[in-house]
Design a protein around this ligand. Structure first.
Ligand SMILES: [Zn+2]
Length: 229
């Protein structure tokens, strides 16, 4: 550590101690875990495809249309149709890169319209979930399973996790101070050095809270690691 960095650290500690002495509770707020803000993004219905399924649908691997907020993730030029027992949804976004297994992420409202009983699951946890048909202009793929409602979650880098006082797989409660304020409980924390800080909610959660682009959330409660239901 150079001299300048050392001076900054000492100044920060000193300011903390002084605030602590001045505070009636003896708690220095700037030393306690921070509460926010956490940018909240809405994940519209989308599909992840295996390379095999992408080729069956489009005759070629997926192509990049634009980057998404999480590093390495992108929206594809290709679109797909979802065909369920009760309904059809056209023009559904595909997110790349391709994965080991295809997965469809929809809202509970979409699930009702399509006629599939999609469970709330963490991305990638598709065992026993319902299947669906995917079609393009030139191909048709039947998934035996893979239709889920994605559990709300926060992506964060290890530095964010340290700042917020949370760990990977913790559950937190997040308040959205929107025109219809809502506290979302059981928000899954995902920590990776590949992640950028963002909370992801689905369209139903967005509508329930009056979400708009640019809304931030605040962590209002934390539970221990590995909290199970
Ligand atoms: Zn996400």
């Amino acid at each position: 550590m150079n001299e300048q960095a050392m001076k900054e650290v000492v100044a920060q500690i000193l300011s903390c101690v002084l605030k602590e002495m001045a505070s009636p509770s003896g708690q220095c707020h700037s030393c306690a875990p921070e509460d926010g803000p956490v940018p909240v993004e809405l994940s519209a219905r989308h599909v992840h495809l295996s390379e095999k399924d992408a080729i069956a649908l489009f005759g070629a691997p997926l192509t990049h249309a634009r980057d998404l907020s999480q590093p390495g993730q992108f929206l594809c030029k290709e679109r797909v149709r979802l065909i369920g027992p009760k309904g059809v949804m056209d023009n559904v976004a595909i997110l790349g890169p391709s994965r080991g297994k295809s997965q469809v992420e929809i809202s509970k409202t979409d699930a009702r319209a399509l006629g599939v009983d999609a469970p709330v699951r963490q991305s990638g946890d598709v065992a026993g979930s319902p299947g669906i048909l995917l079609s393009s202009a030139t191909g048709l793929v039947g998934l035996e399973e893979g239709v889920i409602v994605a559990a709300r979650h926060i992506h964060m880098a290890p530095e964010d996790a340290a700042r917020f006082g949370v760990s990977d797989k913790d559950m937190v409660s997040v308040r959205l101070g929107t025109e219809r304020p809502v506290v979302f409980e059981d928000v899954l924390v995902r920590v990776s050095d590949k992640f950028k800080l963002a909370m992801h909610i689905d369209a139903d959660e967005g509508n329930a809270s009056g979400w708009k682009k640019g809304v931030d959330g605040v962590i209002v409660a934390r539970s221990g690691q590995g909290h199970e239901h």
